[in-house]
Design a binder for this molecule. Structure first.
Ligand SMILES: Nc1nc2c(ncn2[C@@H]2O[C@H](COP(=O)(O)OP(=O)(O)OP(=O)(O)O)[C@@H](O)[C@H]2O)c(=O)[nH]1
Ligand SMILES: [Mg+2]
Length: 309
């Protein structure tokens, strides 16, 4: 029997959690954008090697969220992901401040046997003495504040998830901490617990984040309504839900130009992911204030009781 265990990847929005997961697995599993709060749900990434299996849990960014809406759901997703993990990778952006990191520190386990690594990410952006000093000040302050809360940060790593720096050591040290255990997923080729259609809907959401302004993407959800594998090419029909009538026009755009662009780009990404051609049909509908209503959120797949890590 080899070693196995769960490793949660947590941190502030935009710190590079999903990028790190993708780099480690060598696959674009979890969507990445330059915008904060890209990831909404936990996504498992499974690394199976000769020595055993690490199941990584990518999580939404931890921030202070209002009660009862999508943001609170996202933070709960991140918090729930910590349960049952042997190691926690806590990612910090070198430009962050202690005050922002407090939201994360509050959720980390105290007096626990779980090991916590602090990963100072985006090493490639730390240029010059001032930036280096700031990064060090932030990590020192975080480690000290953690200690005062009864949270023990076992080690600190400096990495670049984007440029693949410092990752060998990090993964090696993580294996060292894992105990003998079973493979949670037996198929060595399985990369995630999620079905393909989840990744398809995420790739559409990724384009909404990239192609729409600052507000509207956060009001959008994507529902796959048809996934017809008998059709050639594979036929996928999806609905983009917005939460206000006025947002429909923004997503569709003048002369339907916007939705066309979103569709073309998403199709290219999905084809790349699946390795074959597809047909992608998109529609835009309104579900009033869905991000503020638990029942509507459930319909969109954001169910607080969903069984998954
Ligand atoms: N320069 C640089 N940029 C990085 C690095 N890691 C991530 N990024 C960038 O940081 C941005 C956010 O990356 P994500 O991986 O989406 O961050 P996240 O923590 O998953 O964000 P949320 O899902 O919103 O919580 C993207 O523009 C990434 O390209 C890094 O090591 N160096
Ligand atoms: Mg993410």
């Amino acid at each position: 029997m080899g070693k196995s265990g769960f490793v949660a990847i947590v941190g502030r929005p935009n710190s590079g959690k999903s990028t790190l997961l993708n780099t480690i697995l060598g696959s674009n599993l979890s969507i990445v954008t330059y915008k904060a709060q890209t990831t909404r749900e936990r996504v498992l990434g499974i690394l199976t090697e000769r020595q055993g299996q690490i199941v990584f849990v990518d999580t939404p960014g931890i921030h202070r969220a209002d009660k009862g809406g999508l943001n609170e759901y996202m933070v709960r997703e991140a918090q729930g992901a910590l349960e049952g993990t042997s190691v926690i990778w806590y990612i910090v952006d070198p430009h962050s401040e202690l005050i922002h990191e407090r939201a994360v520190l509050e959720l980390l386990p105290r007096e626990s046997s779980q090991k916590i690594f602090l990963l100072m990410n985006k090493l490639d952006t730390i240029r010059g003495v001032e930036a280096r000093n700031h990064a060090k000040e932030v990590s020192d302050a975080v480690i000290e504040e953690a200690k005062s809360l009864g949270i023990e940060i076992t080690r600190k790593f400096s990495i670049s998830a984007l440029e693949k720096k410092g990752l060998g050591d990090l993964v090696h040290e993580t294996w060292q901490l894992l105990e003998e255990g079973p493979l949670y997923y037996e198929d060595p080729d399985q990369l995630s617990d999620r079905p393909t259609r989840f990744f398809v809907s995420e790739m559409i959401r990724e384009q909404l984040l990239l192609k729409l302004g600052d507000e509207v993407p956060y009001s959008c959800a994507v529902e796959i309504q048809k996934y017809d594998e008998k059709a050639k090419p594979l036929r996928i029909e999806a609905v983009i839900y917005v939460e206000r009538e006025s947002q429909k026009g923004i997503v569709i755009g003048k002369g339907a130009q916007k939705i066309k662009e979103i569709g073309q780009e998403a199709r290219a990404k999905i084809e790349d992911f699946l390795g074959h051609k597809i047909f992608l049909g998109l529609q835009v509908k309104m579900l009033k204030d869905w991000t503020k209503d638990e029942e509507a959120m459930k319909r969109m797949g954001y169910d607080p009781k969903r069984k998954s890590r």
